[in-house]
Design a protein around this ligand. Structure first.
Ligand SMILES: Nc1ncnc2c1ncn2[C@@H]1O[C@H](COP(=O)(O)OP(=O)(O)OP(=O)(O)O)[C@@H](O)[C@H]1O
Length: 263
């Protein structure tokens, strides 16, 4: 039996005269690692923005764990169990690496505002737990040695990792990663692939990944959706996608077509 977690039916959004996304149907089952690919401007980030409450869809229904998600504010979406990273890194640059993760963890704090103001005992135990948890996330991401550095001073690849650590600190069931390997070198990309596979297992996550790096997508995703001009043109396993003529024409290009025919 599949365990449906997120369901998207007939999703669409229009900006003025532009139908940026239309009639998109997709789903995520519990524990899956799924890719979302397509050429520049295909509507991938816009789809993420609808899934996370940044944009309200003009058409369609998003259901998460059986509840309608449309119209929820982004912070409510995060609280309900969907976290994301951004294509352009959005860290608190002037905060330490540790504080970047603690801020995300804080949204789940159990102690109330009165406990914080009056420094009640459960405030201190709450703070302590949060610090320990945040440090544990940093360790997984190989960032513990930078914990007191300002986020802006981290090497670029490490900033990308910190974004994922921060998203994870909100304890999501679904993690949406928007081009996590953008700007990374091949070694960093390879390490990131392993890390994504690891956190998926470790935290029982379901992951939807936008990525232009085909070796990453094909290497770790079980299923892939392909968008072109705002519409889904294919979905399937990496092998099915690599051999799909529509995908080859729209996105993967002649280079891949040649490799596919020569295999
Ligand atoms: N707020 C907005 N207002 C107007 N048009 C928008 C807005 N957001 C996105 N678009 C348009 O929607 C289309 C899809 O953009 P989107 O950023 O989702 O593409 P993408 O597939 O993520 O591309 P890339 O791979 O380059 O990041 C583009 O034509 C873009 O210009």
């Amino acid at each position: 039996m599949t365990n449906l977690l997120l369901n998207v039916e007939n999703l669409g959004i229009q900006f003025g005269g532009l139908k940026a996304v239309q009639q998109v149907n997709m789903h995520l089952n519990q524990g899956e690692l799924v890719g979302l690919i397509g050429p520049n401007g295909a509507g991938k980030t816009t789809t993420f923005n609808m899934l996370t409450g940044v944009y309200a869809p003009t058409e369609g229904v998003i259901t998460f764990q059986g509840k309608k998600l449309n119209g929820l504010d982004p912070y409510k979406v995060t609280q309900s169990g969907i976290s994301r990273t951004f294509q352009n890194i959005r860290l608190f640059k002037e905060l330490s690496v540790l504080d970047n993760v603690k801020v995300a963890n804080h949204s789940l704090a159990k102690h109330g505002i009165m406990a914080s103001i009056f420094r009640l005992p459960n405030f201190f135990t709450g703070e302590q737990t949060m610090t320990e948890e945040s440090e544990a996330f940093l360790k997984i991401f190989g960032l513990d040695k930078y914990k007191y550095e300002l986020a802006k001073n981290l090497p670029y690849g490490m900033q990308r990792r910190l974004e994922i650590a921060r998203a994870l600190a909100a304890k999501p069931r679904i993690l949406l990663l928007d081009e996590p390997a953008a700007g990374m070198n091949p070694q960093e990309t390879h390490d990131l692939m392993e890390l994504i596979a690891f956190i998926r297992k470790e935290f029982d996550l379901t992951i939807l990944l936008i990525e232009h790096d085909m070796s990453l997508v094909m290497g770790i995703c079980e299923r892939i959706y392909v968008l072109d001009h705002g519409q889904l043109i294919a979905d399937g396993t990496p092998i099915e996608i690599r051999n799909n003529p529509k995908v080859i024409e729209a996105y993967l290009g002649e280079e891949v077509a040649e490799n596919v025919t020569s295999e």
